[in-house]
Design a protein. Structure first.
Length: 333
């Protein structure tokens, strides 16, 4: 018999009154375990009677990609959070998980997907809606962190269109798929629900677990599924920071992973913006460094993408970040 996992552990708490159906995911990427630990803590609270579900339902999947989790890697056969949709013919382990995951997403109204990243940085929330008055934005703002990133599907669709126009031959044909950027939150929205990805902090930082656990409680409270004694809907202590992605370059070939292809010429703090007056990274064809909307890590860059982000204090500036083979640096899955 194959040593591959054969099931997902799914835990559901049902209220006795009707209400919203919340789905909480951990370890969509196997090396991002803060969500797993936070879910285990919250489940323990329900078991002890410290939490009581008043209405609706909440479903927890502590380990969404058990193969990657078992290996301690970001992915099993491939990235579960790309090209997510039901597939009649399954080509890899993530396809089989995806079929179960898509069914779970379709059965719920709201999604909280918990992730982490590699280098030190502040937590942030990936939001799909651009309307700050939308239910998704109000849900995101209640979770805790006040840094928000938008524009995910726009840049991924643009990347697919660019590769198709170029007629590129790629090691991963999925990069030409119109649904390449579709992950858990995008699939949830396609089913009529809403959801966000919360990047809780650095992989091994205990505070990332705290961020995730508070976010679960805040999500339950926002939806009216539990009551948090003494909680008031006070304004956030810090002003919201909103960033928008405008460009992405994906790893397109297996060879795009050698740190010899690019170099970071200065050390940059991950929370600093910079203007394009100094060479920060050098790139050569087919070997792409990782990057994202904030700051630079001094460690070798081995895979990922380049992005441009806009923000109120620093419009249209580009910042280089880090993603290594061990997992995401400062980015969403």
């Amino acid at each position: 018999m194959s040593d591959l996992p054969h099931s997902l552990r799914v835990y559901r708490q049902e209220g006795l009154a009707p209400g919203p159906r919340l789905l909480v995911l951990g370890a969509v990427h196997g090396n991002e375990t803060c969500g797993t630990r936070a879910i285990e803590r919250v489940l323990g609270g329900f078991e002890r009677g410290a939490r009581d579900l008043l209405r609706g339902s909440v479903t927890f999947v502590p380990i969404t990609n058990p193969l990657a989790y078992r290996r301690g890697t970001r992915s099993g056969d491939r990235n579960l959070n790309r090209n997510l949709r039901p597939k009649e013919i399954t080509a890899d382990f993530e396809d089989r998980v995806g079929n179960v995951l898509c069914r779970l997403l379709a059965e719920h109204d709201v999604l909280l997907d918990l992730h982490s990243f590699m280098a030190p940085a502040a937590p942030f929330v990936m939001v799909g809606s651009t309307d700050p008055q939308s239910i998704e934005w109000r849900f995101a703002q209640r979770l805790g962190p006040q840094r928000f990133v938008t524009g995910w599907m726009d840049v991924y669709e643009a990347g697919v269109a660019r590769r198709r126009r170029a007629g590129q031959q790629l090691d991963d044909p999925g990069l030409l798929d119109a649904g390449y950027g579709v992950g858990t939150t995008e699939y949830m929205r396609s089913c009529g629900g809403y959801g966000v990805t919360l990047e809780c902090g650095q992989h091994d930082d205990p505070e990332a677990v705290e961020v995730a656990a508070r976010a679960i409680d805040n999500a339950l409270d926002f939806l009216g599924l539990i009551e948090q004694p003494g909680r008031t809907a006070a304004a956030a202590a810090t002003a919201p920071e909103v960033l928008r992605l405008t460009e992405v370059v994906d790893r397109e070939h297996a060879a795009d992973s050698s740190s010899a292809s690019g170099q970071v010429s200065r050390r940059w703090r991950r929370v600093s913006w910079w203007r394009a007056v100094t060479t920060v990274a050098k790139f050569v064809p087919r070997r792409r460094a990782a990057s994202c909307s904030r700051a630079v890590s001094p460690r070798p860059v081995t895979s990922g993408f380049i992005s441009r982000a806009t923000s109120p204090e620093a419009p249209a500036q580009r910042v280089i970040a880090n993603r290594t083979r061990r997992g995401a640096g400062f980015w969403r899955a």
